[in-house]
Design a protein around this ligand. Structure first.
Ligand code: ADP
Ligand code: TYD
Length: 217
């Protein structure tokens, strides 16, 4: 895609369901905005009208509706629209984009949960998205605790939470492997601490990254 890679800063949060991503995304976006930065808080799947339509299709209803390959196409289609309509324009305008999940989630959930489809995910990513975040927070935590936190929420979107503890364990290990694979952009944090303690760590790392990119907050 064709954004100026030097403009803005693209921050993503990853981790198993219930690890505290949404909570931390919001707190980081608020803290950066308070420091005077222009911030766009967004999420995947979703983050643009078309991608939110796809979100409803993939997260509600029968989880076996589509094959893993079809899901890769749907999540990537949603991401492409999100990139075109929301992320790229914001980055080009010099804004900070804080995004709850991104391509690493597809590498895990579609690439690992039903056989090894990682190469397919990566090929499609390269062809249709072609960009990684500048900074990715992995909120690591015990899968049992994550699952009970996720189950505590109300809602019709149950998709992967329904697959239970075994999948959560596999996803946790996979995310940690991914952090080893991309050490330059990953920052792994212990999510099993009070919200404000995790938030303090997140903000410190984000500020360091902003300072390194020449845009202190
Ligand atoms: P995710 O987006 O990763 O699924 P959420 O931010 O929605 O996680 O958090 C899941 C649930 O756990 C929410 O009810 C939230 O209030 C709670 N929660 C988030 N972070 C913490 C934390 N550090 N300690 C205890 N509970 C938390
Ligand atoms: P999310 O709303 O972040 O759920 P949670 O707050 O419980 O972590 O994401 C919804 C579900 O979508 C989650 O179970 C993971 C799944 N997902 C994929 O399977 N592939 C993807 O590419 C993305 C972005 C999400």
């Amino acid at each position: 895609m064709n954004s100026d890679p030097n403009a803005g800063l693209f921050i993503t949060f990853e981790g198993i369901d219930g690890s505290g991503k949404s909570t931390q995304c919001k707190l980081l976006a608020e803290a950066l905005a308070k420091a005077g930065r222009d911030v766009v808080l967004t999420r995947e799947p979703g983050g643009s009208p078309g991608a939110e339509d796809i979100r409803r299709m993939v997260l509600e209803g029968d989880p076996e509706k589509w094959s893993a390959e079809t899901e890769i196409l749907l999540f990537t289609a949603a991401r492409r629209d999100h990139m075109e309509r929301t992320i790229e324009p914001a980055l080009t305008a010099g804004k900070i984009v804080v995004c709850d999940r991104f391509a690493d989630s597809t590498r895990m959930y579609q690439g690992l949960s039903r056989g090894d489809l990682r190469a397919t995910v990566d090929r499609l990513h390269e062809m249709m998205i072609g960009r990684e975040p500048d900074l990715t927070f992995l909120i690591d935590m015990d899968p049992g605790i994550g699952l009970s936190r996720a189950k505590g929420r109300q809602g019709t979107e149950e998709r992967f939470e329904d697959f239970g503890l075994t999948l959560q364990e596999k996803m946790r290990a996979g995310f940690l492997d991914l952090a080893d694979e991309f050490p330059d952009r990953f920052c792994v944090l212990d999510g099993n601490r009070p919200v404000e303690v995790v938030a303090r760590d997140v903000l410190a790392h984000a500020r360091a990254k902003l300072a390194a990119s020449g845009a202190a907050a």
